[in-house]
Design a protein. Structure first.
Length: 165
């Protein structure tokens, strides 16, 4: 399922600053002018294999500006116990080199402000791991997809390609 939105943006509070899994921070504002695919992830989920697809589209489109941001979360009780374990797992099993946050809450009252803003503006909240939120280069939420929609599916690729220079 895809839900398309057109009125939200960085000015509406979507300028999330996340703790990076590598230390420091990652700010969505730093990617203004580029499409960003934000995905809440987990290392012990039936959808964990989607990491391979996320890396594949990141490799395919990063030179054209796409940023894929993986946001590990234990909100569905399927993440490893530390950021170091998550990082090692993703590097060893999937060769991930995309930006990745520290383990982050994505739903409910403890959700990261980015996810709270997405919910406030669009009504969308991750219902499971590997939900996808596509931001336009201007920072608007233009589409969301649930867990069952694979990153390399036609609908996701069309959404990404429509935003690339």
């Amino acid at each position: 399922m895809v839900v398309v939105f057109a009125q939200t943006g960085l000015a509406a509070g979507l300028n999330g600053v996340f703790a990076s899994i590598d230390g420091g921070t990652l700010a969505i504002e730093d990617w203004r002018g580029q499409p960003v695919l934000v995905v809440n992830t987990a290392s012990q989920c039936g959808f964990t294999g989607q990491y391979a697809g996320l890396q594949k589209i990141y490799d395919r489109y990063r030179a054209r500006g796409l940023v894929v941001l993986a946001v590990p979360s234990d909100d569905f009780n399927q993440e490893l116990s530390s950021a170091a374990e998550v990082k090692e797992f993703c590097e060893l099993n999937f060769g991930l080199d995309m930006p990745m946050t520290d383990i982050t809450h994505v739903k409910g009252t403890r959700a990261h402000p980015f996810f709270k803003a997405v919910k406030a503006e669009t009504g969308f909240e991750p219902g499971w791991n590997f939900n996808k939120i596509l931001l336009s280069p201007e920072g608007r939420v233009v589409a969301t997809w649930g867990s069952a929609v694979r990153p390399e599916s036609d609908v996701v690729l069309r959404g990404i390609e429509s935003l690339l220079n």
